[in-house]
Design a protein around this ligand. Structure first.
Ligand SMILES: Cc1ncc(COP(=O)(O)O)c(C=O)c1O
Length: 485
């Protein structure tokens, strides 16, 4: 007899059976605890009717519902009064500012634009016109985009201390012994989930500066080792990201260190602004890599966010460069730390904070408080905000690491792959049709993504991509519906 079930359906069935058995055990335990005679003499739960089997099925449905809710992708289409009449300034991302950052980066030895990979087979598979992925695992030897911001901010800081224009400070001049002696002893301090701290340590080492890096609790040992490998003093605190940021800021103030933090708050804005301007270099690179002609321009950009500095740097530059003709920008967060999504959804225009452990595999996105510089730009100009659970990025990592024939493989880490992950689900899941339609995503859409990091925690990468941790099977309603046909 031919086997009628597909493998995923079989797996679903087995999982259902296991859940059913567990449920029956629980039901029996409850029966023993609360049994009262029913009209028909059959013991039932107080206040509930039906056979054990029916009750199990109800529990089962409830469990499924709970699971669906927690696994659900939340989205908010930005049709607020703020987006109708955007007022946030993007003058920090003018052509002149973008040129300044890009020219500075271009003086670095070994500087090359990171590759922009066209995943044509995947785009066809998903019913899109194009998917373009900027692969930041190839950013120098740092495996992430972050150095674009850290290096520019440190460059601007040094220029300001020396009373010079950034345009006169090439990498060679910045790192020259004469510059070091004019600067005197200087310590850079920061908080990081990994990538930003590694980038600050990298630039500090090249300038011969001291560097202190704190990481929030739960940080990866591999990422800590990479920061120490750049010569920085680094440790992991028993604090969440936002608490650790406060700790480092106070410590830096006490010791006269320069705080190079990638998030802003009232009264601390100059360095975070430079960091965001540095990130905007990504946009200049990507657009220079596109084929000529208006038809090659992206229609959509999906960009991941922790505090939102990267997303606002990219969006700010797009607004400054293209105005209303810019692509639609979708901000994607980890659901455990979706402060921007919640801020947008509140429709008050005010930033909201997410507290607690911010526990997610997307370490780079585990930030509960929006950057005060980023939020107004995102609030006013983003097309939508999306909040995603961990299996979505795990799927993105697996898809990028195991491409369809003809497409290039991209090694993308937990914070790098979330936008591709959510795009695949968005194009397949009927439950997300509302967002798909609001964004007019279809065969004419050209979607630009940034894989912001490679395998910055190689062991975790293998756990997910080789061993299937954070399974995404059944994640899309579409594939689930097909399995049950
Ligand atoms: C790999 C990666 N992607 C994205 C982000 C998010 O950047 P932001 O905090 O500026 O939103 C980070 C931040 O550390 C990161 O490390």
């Amino acid at each position: 007899m031919a086997f009628a079930l597909s493998l995923p359906a079989l797996r679903d069935t087995l999982a259902d059976e296991r859940r059913h058995a567990l449920c029956q055990r629980r039901a029996r335990a409850r029966l023993l605890a609360h049994a009262v005679p029913s009209e028909g003499g059959f013991p039932l739960f107080p206040g509930r009717t039906g056979s054990i089997h029916q009750q199990c099925r109800e529990d089962h449905q409830a469990e499924k519902k709970e699971k669906t809710v927690s696994e659900e992708i939340g989205y908010f289409v930005n049709r607020t009064p703020f987006s109708a009449a955007p007022a946030a300034s993007v003058s920090a991302f003018s052509d002149a500012e973008a040129e300044s950052a890009h020219a500075f980066h271009s003086t670095f030895p070994g500087y090359e634009p990171t590759p922009l990979c066209a995943l044509d087979a995947l785009a066809r598979h998903l019913g899109l016109g194009a998917i373009l992925v900027k692969d930041e695992s190839r950013r120098f030897d740092l495996n992430a985009f972050k150095v674009l911001g850290a290096s520019y901010a440190v460059g601007r800081t040094v220029a300001a201390r020396l009373g010079e224009a950034i345009g006169s400070l090439s990498f060679a001049r910045l790192t020259a012994p004469e510059t070091r002696s004019r600067l005197g002893p200087l310590v850079l301090a920061t908080t990081t989930d990994g990538n930003h701290g590694r980038a600050v340590a990298w630039i500090a080492r090249r300038l011969g500066l001291g560097c202190v890096v704190h990481m929030p609790k739960g940080s990866s040992i591999a990422r800590l080792a990479a920061i120490r490998g750049q010569g920085a003093k680094a440790d992991i605190l028993e604090l969440n990201y936002d608490e650790a940021v406060c700790f480092t800021a106070e410590e830096a103030a006490r010791n006269g260190w320069v705080l190079v933090q990638d998030t802003a708050w009232d009264g601390y804005e100059e360095i975070p602004q430079w960091i965001m301007q540095g990130y905007a270099s990504l946009v200049e690179e990507a657009y220079a890599q596109l084929p000529a002609g208006a038809e090659a321009l992206p229609t959509h950009v999906f960009i991941q966010a922790g505090v939102g500095a990267l997303a606002a740097g990219v969006l700010g530059r797009l607004v400054a460069r293209f105005g209303p003709a810019r692509p639609q920008v979708v901000v994607v967060e980890a659901s455990a730390a979706d402060c921007l999504y919640r801020s947008a959804k509140s429709e008050t225009g005010l930033p909201m904070t997410v507290g607690g452990d911010l526990s997610t595999i997307m370490a780079g996105l585990a930030c509960g408080q929006p950057s005060s510089l980023a939020w107004p730009i995102l609030r006013d100009y983003a097309a939508a905000f999306v909040s995603c659970p961990d299996p979505v990025t795990a799927r993105g990592m697996r898809v990028l690491g195991n491409p369809l024939a003809g497409d290039q493989k991209i090694v993308s880490g937990e914070s790098g792959a979330i936008t591709l992950g959510v795009l695949t689900v968005l194009m397949e899941d009927p439950r997300l049709a509302g967002l798909r339609e609001a964004l007019h995503l279809g065969a004419k859409s050209r979607v630009l993504l940034v894989s912001t990091e490679g395998d910055t925690d190689p062991e975790r990468y293998r756990e997910i991509v080789w061993d299937g941790a954070f399974p995404s099977i059944g994640l899309t309603g579409h594939s689930r519906a097909q399995h049950h046909e």
